[in-house]
Design a protein around this ligand. Sequence first.
Ligand code: UDP
Length: 237
Amino acid sequence: DAPRTNRRRVLLKLSGEAFGGGSLGVNPDVVQGIAAQIADAAKDVEIAIVVGGGNFFRGAELSQRGMDRGRADYMGMLGTVMNALALQDFLEQAGAATRVQSAIQMTQVAEPYIPLRAERHMEKGRVVIFGAGAGLPYFSTDTVAAQRALEIGAAEVLVAKNGVDGVYTADPKKDPTATRIDDITYQEALVRGLKIVDATAFSLCMDNAMPMLVFGMEGDAIARAIRGERLGTVVHG
Ligand code: UDP
């Protein structure tokens, strides 16, 4: 649904790496810094957040080491719920009202995923955090970010990255000649195999004309992106 308020509404994707500050688990100082920015921007913008879980488990990696893929993916999804709760805590400390919705039912810690209720929370000024991905193995939280953005009528998907500040012509960690792209279509990103966001997420956004901003989370970039500043790379239809 489109927002019933005249405020801007966005879907922010935070990868698990953002929570761990590069290592396993949750780094409270890092999460506090992110939460402070989101709480401030939430005074003017309706914000929903999809959290990743790569700081705990990635299903594909565990299955390469012998685990059943579906079970490993559920472990991955449960990791995202821990990130959701950590973010909720620091957001509340920073003065924001929040709700966590989980795609896997666990009613003691989170509401179930109910999109219309999520929209109602945002209209009331609450930040909504979506945990447990889609609740489905073989999906990524990038894809869930695209899907939730569509379902709740967000203006765009904001993909905050750790250690890279946009879409590059090649992986800048591997290819020193890689340059940053300011603006690219989904079609081109897919054809060129630019994997900074997974292909399923790109194609879902392409098919539904949902714009995406891919940017680095240094400094106060998260707050600026939420408020509509064009940082990093714009990906569009
Ligand atoms: N996952 C899943 N289904 C989903 C979302 C996530 O199975 O809808 C699992 C998957 O194993 C994934 C893990 O949860 O590797 C953590 O999510 P993701 O890798 O997307 O986190 P990020 O890379 O953003 O930290």
